[in-house]
Design a protein around this ligand. Structure first.
Ligand code: HEM
Length: 218
């Protein structure tokens, strides 16, 4: 433990790290908090696992119609621990969606959306849609039959929206049909846009929780 203490002291002398960390982390959990309150934290843990395993997958995955499926097969069969990393990514994606739904129900049935937490509920609604979009955009990436047809159905549903549907559909697919352009768009949404935007909204979510505290039971 000695080297860790020495590193801690080094940063503490220069940046008062311990005081800053204590200010951030030291706070009393109210007595009424029980296991029902853990689902937001589990959702966050899922997100961290997704980010870590996703970065590892990105070392090998190739987002083109010709190479996507074979690069996924390569990850599963040739890359050391590739099958474990990919399975963790896929399973945690499903678990994250289940956890966020349970978290949302907990918040709803405890009435924690009421003032002063309305803005945090709204931030949560956006986080929910981003989580779903994460799942949908990731589903296409292996470019197997299931992925292809699910994306076809999904983009056609978007296309059925009144007035703007056809524009949204062409925008999502990068043209009239599923092609390299579609894959590039879904990949960009999945690995750049959503991680950045979701992280920003998580910071907002956590700052508001810290400012307003955990709600009292009804
Ligand atoms: C990526 C998704 C999300 C993560 C990681 C997350 C994380 C958290 C955490 C760690 C807490 C504090 C502990 C707890 O109450 O569970 C919390 C509280 C809260 N969350 Fe979320 N959340 C997410 C999505 C949502 C959604 C979808 C909603 C609602 C639509 C929501 C609304 C709230 C509200 C209102 C609170 C304050 C609860 C209270 O004070 O009792 N969150 N969230």
């Amino acid at each position: 433990m000695r080297p860790f203490k020495a590193i801690g002291d080094f940063f503490d002398e220069r940046f008062e790290m311990r005081r800053v960390l204590r200010e951030f982390a030291d706070h009393n959990v109210p007595d009424h908090v029980n296991w029902l309150y853990c689902f937001g934290g589990i959702t966050f843990l899922c997100f961290l696992i997704q980010a870590f395993t996703g970065i590892l997958l990105a070392f090998y995955y190739q987002p083109t119609m010709d190479d996507a499926y074979s690069s996924v097969l390569f990850i599963m069969e040739e890359v050391p621990y590739g099958a474990i990393v990919r399975s963790l990514h896929a399973w945690t994606a499903n678990i994250m969606i289940i956890m966020v739904i349970i978290h949302m129900l907990r918040v709803f049935f405890h009435g924690a959306y009421r003032p002063p937490r309305e803005m945090n509920w709204l931030t949560g609604v956006l986080l929910f849609f981003m989580t779903i979009t994460f799942g949908f955009s990731g589903y296409l990436l292996p470019m197997n039959q299931l992925a292809y047809w699910a994306t076809k159905v999904g983009t056609e549903i978007a296309g059925a929206m009144p007035f703007v549907g056809s524009y949204v559909q062409v925008f999502l697919m990068g043209g009239e049909r599923i092609s390299d352009a579609t894959l590039t768009r879904f990949y960009t949404i999945h690995v750049i846009i959503l991680p950045v935007v979701l992280s920003l909204f998580l910071v907002l979510h956590f700052v508001m929780i810290r400012k307003q505290g955990i709600s009292e039971p009804l």
